[in-house]
Design a protein around this ligand. Sequence first.
Ligand code: CA
Length: 260
Amino acid sequence: MTHHAFTPLLRLDHLTHSPLPRTLNNIMEATTGKRILVVEDEQDIAQLVQHYLQKEGFHSVTAMNGIEALKKVKEEQPDLIVLDLMLPEMDGLEVCKRVRSAPETAMLPIIMLTAKAEESDTIVGLELGADDYVTKPFSPKALVARVKALLRRIDRTPSTAAAHYRYGALTMNPARHEVSLDQQEVLLTAKEFGLLEHLLRHRGRVLTREVLLNAVWGYDYYGTTRTVDVHVRRLKQKLPLLEDAIVSVKSLGYKLKDSD
Ligand code: CA
């Protein structure tokens, strides 16, 4: 197994001797009790990340390979996964794919760790549904900041079916299957509705055609990713405010702009 060009910016042995004081800000933040699964086969990196997470009040568990990662996802029910791409047994992409394809973990936030040389894998990782990625070598502090930022983003996102979405003059009530624009009801097909709901729930995030196809049409759907393009176009026709709000991201997919 090759060793990654990882240069710890802060050494663990130094830290254990002189822990940084916890600021009031750290204590106030609602990170306490959140469970983070760190999947990394290089023990020094895993320990360093774990140390920083615990220092910030997180519960942290580690897994050394892909198989163990999937097992821990089931057993520990983490709130977020920090997932290294290069792993023995089963690589990070495969782990990500499996986590995303199980309904009970489909929405689990994932931050992927990649090396610079694996840039193309990063794109694939995002396509398979990683929420964010951090490039090695990284500062553990910066990684923990990303963990917090992602958890905050998730916290703000209504996850229950009863949630009400608002986007400018547009409102969606998933429980009643209603969409209105300027208080005028707009009739959408089931798939248009599902697509819009997914975009609203993940606003600000790039969603690939594959991710949207799987989320709205399901894994056993035989159509092509063009289906997504067609439905996005129809949504824009029915709801003109989406014309500029849904942006196409290079060859990847779509994103609903974060601002209302
Ligand atoms: Ca690795």
